[in-house]
Design a protein around this ligand. Sequence first.
Ligand code: NAD
Length: 301
Amino acid sequence: MDQLGFDGKVVVITGAGRGLGRSHALQFAQRGALVVVNDVGAGLHGETTTESPADELVKSINQQGGTAIADFSDISQPQSAAALVDRTVKEFGRIDVVVNNAGILLDKSFPKMTNEDVERVMRVHFFGSFYVTQAAWPHMKEQGGGRVVMTTSVAGYLGNFGQANYGSAKAALIGLTRTLAIEGARAGIKVNAIAPGALTRMTENLIGDLASRMDPGFVTPVVVYLSHDSCPVTGEVLIVGGGRVARLLVEQNRGAFFAETMSAEQVAEAWGTITDPTQPLLIADVAAEMGMIVEMNKQGS
Ligand code: NAD
């Protein structure tokens, strides 16, 4: 197969100074993209530091013959997110790919979680992705298309102890991904998400024995594929890490159907059918099935 090249393509990656974003930036640069390495240099919990990982990475990309610029915008603020996109277009003339990757953690059990803990995490993960994508959208539309990759998490669709804030923000990104895939279809903008697993400072206390398999290099190839012009996929969530790539499927079971009247007692009685896992139904087929039941009820009455 031909190499998936990015010559002349402009790729913005948020939170790209470290971890997964860094790995993505290096790959895109090696494949010829003009890369904007955005990173505010935050601590793991969003605290301000004196570190400048974006600068260091850009130096190393440019030394290796690639083209990259560093950007220090805090994407959790709408004006800074817009400034990141403005600057990209000013410096490189266009914007083809946005990889929303920046993230922080503020884990606490639910009773201890403050409003501030929720707002800060939502602000970086959800609003940051929203702001950057919204600023890039009109440019992509005008150019006839573009690619957006969101970074969600298993915590977004399964939940995780201590992550009421993070899980909610990551779930919101799945809704955003699926909605923007619908809205972007006519403009040629494809929007997907990854739920990654890799050894970074975010996970170094969790991964343990699996560390040797959990290199970010086992995640980045999926981001690169989803960002390429040739990729037809949109609205999907890919679970990626440790050498496995899988598709998140959303399904319902067939469920129970109630004709005309419905009570809490009937719901309790039908609980076995309502929760029966042996008859799964893909969401896409639910509408058809509901139509069929309405027809059946009409015929029966
Ligand atoms: P990381 O901490 O190594 O990197 C995150 C980067 O985001 C940091 O360099 C940080 O400075 C930057 N950042 C934070 N707030 C920012 C802001 N407001 N503006 C710009 N940059 C900001 O973490 P990572 O593990 O590489 O995580 C990358 C993404 O992947 C995150 O969204 C994370 O939630 C997600 N994720 C990671 C894993 C994993 O296994 N590592 C699992 C699930 C999801």
